[in-house]
Every structure is written in C-alpha cells, then in structure tokens.
Ligand binder design. Structure first.
Ligand code: TYM
Length: 332
C-alpha cells in the first residue's frame, strides 16, 4: 500500500525557536517513517516582506540544516527548497484566479503583518494562496503545523473544494495535524503573545541555536504570576496564569510526559524550581540538536536539497499539467 503524503513548510525568516520545533518540526520527525513526507524551506513566502538577499541565502541553509539536526532523515523524507520547483509559483497563480479577494482579506496573519508595513506588497495578501499551492501541488493528505497556521489550512481546503467544484475533482483536500502538546508556544516575556521568530535575541523566544546558558537565563526570567507555586486546580482562588501554563506546556511537549506525570512532578512546586526544571529540560533537548547542526551546516546540504527537489519534481509537474488541462489553459 502506498503511504499517504505529508507536506509542511517553514519560512527562512528569523531564527527558528522552540515554538517552531514543538509546534511543527518535532511532529515532522515523528511522521517521517509512517508517511511519505516532504518538508520544504519556503523561500518564496519569505520574500513577501523584504529580506536582505545574503541573509536570506544563509537562512535557507540554516533551516535545512536544522531540519536534519532535529532528526529528519533526508534519505527517508524529502527535503527541498520551494523556489527550486517552479510548480509552486505556477500553481500559485492558477489558484489565485479561483480565490475570492474577501477570503484573503479576512486572514488574521495578513491583517497583523500588513499593519506593520508601510507599503503592503500584494504578495503578502496572496501568501496563503501560495501556501495552498505548496500543499495541493503534492496532493498532500496531512499537513503538520502549529496552531497559528490553522486558518491558512482552512483556506487551503476552501480553495481545493472551490477548484474541484468548478473544474472537477483535481485536488486532495488536506487535513491539519496539530501536535498534542506545544501547538501554541507563547512568548516567555509576554505569555499573551505567540512566540515569534523576529524576537529570538530578547527574553521573548528561545532560538534552537541559542547559547544554552543564555537560554536557561531566559527561562529563569520568564513572566509567571503572583502565586508562589504550581496549583493545577482550575477552581483555585487565583488560578494558574498563562506564563506558568506556558512553561508547563514547554516541559510537557519536550518530555512527552502524561498529564498525570505532570501533576505528580509539578503540583505544589515553587516557581523558581519549576523554572529550573524547564530550563534543564530545554537545554538537555537542544544540546544534541546544536551538536548535529554544526556537523550538517558544513556538509553536502546543497546536494541533499537538489536530490530532494529532483525526487518530487514529477509529482509537481503532473499536478500542474492536470490543473492546466482542467482549466483549459494550453497544456498539449
Ligand atoms: P512559520 O515559518 O512561521 O512557522 C513554521 C512552523 O512553526 C509553527 N509555529 C509555532 N508552533 C507553536 N508555537 C509557536 N509559537 C509557533 N510559531 C510557529 C508554525 O505553525 C509552522 O507550522 N505559513 C507557514 C509556512 C508555510 C507552510 C506551507 C506550512 C508555507 N507553506 C505549507 C505548511 C504547509 C509559516 O509561516 O510557518
């Protein structure tokens, strides 16, 4: 029996943090043996906002190396860079033509990102259509992502269904796969905000390549609440705040501990001790990733990425051909 296909992508903007790892990459590693996986560095998405070209080139390699350092085996899963397969951009255009403007204007990430720009590139608005193209190009069934991508995945399904109803069954309608723990890791300094790539230098996020002593310090300084110790009782006079929930969530996602194990380990523990345990867990998990990264970044990455795109090119070409044929675009 052929394995169902999985696709996911990571943008080469900023440095990857533990939110990216727990929300997405850890799941990639788990899925690679049971599915036919394609993991992609989505550089065409990155340029929807200005990137310094030399930095972008370096970040593409950094992300690809981190995929491998985190445990993705390029002999098992396909690793590739989006711009190496022109079908992403081509299908992106064809799908743009069936996507109502209102669907795109409603996207919360578009609203957030465009609010921060002086001039809004039209690529930013079309970003989710390109994301739909990434997924539909490979007829992926499952898309492992963090919770912040859920709305984009819903849109992907809407676009696929709209195309299928206009032109006949063409695209597999994909399912979203969130991790059990770590689907939304929050900022350490402000647990009301999602941990984000643009702020790894501060006390906000822990980068996968952060100096481990610094990483521990960031956790020790993380925002908690005015309670002295961990109290799991939701009916407590002062229920646990978002900062403590976030620290516990990070620990649970790294360790894979069950809820009962979490209760047994942490109930009644003072916040200082909680932070020490979380800091140890994070450092212990990042250490082997960093060691492996140093080997991989100086290795034959470009060859691996080229082999990846060569391997899946026929699938992409076939989907573009079929889409053109269905739409009546010249496809002899
Ligand atoms: P990106 O590059 O922002 O993030 C990569 C992955 O990390 C997850 N993530 C998080 N998970 C938990 N907590 C957080 N604080 C956190 N921050 C990020 C994201 O959900 C994502 O899974 N649009 C996508 C890239 C993309 C893509 C695709 C994904 C392009 N095409 C096709 C899947 C399929 C993005 O910007 O992810």
């Amino acid at each position: 029996m052929t394995k169902a296909r999985v696709f996911s992508g990571v943008q080469p903007t900023g440095h990857l943090h533990i939110g990216n790892y727990l929300g997405a990459i850890q799941n990639f590693v788990r899925l690679q043996h049971d599915y036919e996986c394609i993991f992609c560095v989505v550089d065409l998405h990155a340029v929807t906002v200005y990137q310094e070209p030399a930095e972008l080139r370096a970040k593409i390699r950094e992300i690809a190396a981190l995929f491998i350092a985190c445990g993705i085996d390029p002999k098992v899963a396909t690793l590739m860079v989006q711009s190496s397969v022109s079908g992403h951009a081509e299908l992106g255009w064809l799908l743009t033509c069936v996507t109502p403007l209102g669907w795109l204007e409603r996207m919360t990430q578009y609203k957030d990102k465009s609010a921060k720009q002086e001039t809004i590139g039209s690529g930013l608005l079309n970003y989710p259509v390109l994301m739909a193209a990434d997924i539909l190009l490979y007829q992926a069934k499952i898309v492992p992502v963090g919770d912040d991508q859920s709305q984009h995945l819903e849109l992907t399904r809407d676009i696929a269904q709209r195309f299928n109803s206009l032109y006949g069954d063409t695209f597999t309608v994909p399912a979203t796969k969130l991790p059990t723990h770590g689907a939304r890791v929050m900022g350490l300094d402000d647990p009301e905000k999602k941990m984000s790539k643009s702020a790894t230098g501060t006390g906000h996020a822990i980068g996968l390549l952060d100096d481990l002593a610094q990483a521990k310090k960031k956790i020790m300084r993380a925002t908690t609440d005015s309670n002295p110790a961990v109290d799991f009782d939701p009916g407590a006079k002062n229920p646990m705040g978002a900062g403590v929930r976030n620290l516990l969530g990070i620990y649970q996602a790294f360790s894979g501990a069950s809820n009962d194990e979490m209760q047994a380990q942490f109930a009644g523990l003072r916040y200082g001790d909680l932070k020490k345990k979380v800091a140890e867990m994070v450092a212990q998990s990042l250490e082997p990733i960093q060691a492996r990264y140093r080997e991989v970044i100086s290795g034959n990455l470009d060859e691996i990425l080229r082999a990846g795109s060569d391997r899946i090119l026929p699938v992409a070409n076939e989907t573009v051909r079929l889409t053109k044929e269905r739409m009546g675009v010249y496809a002899p």
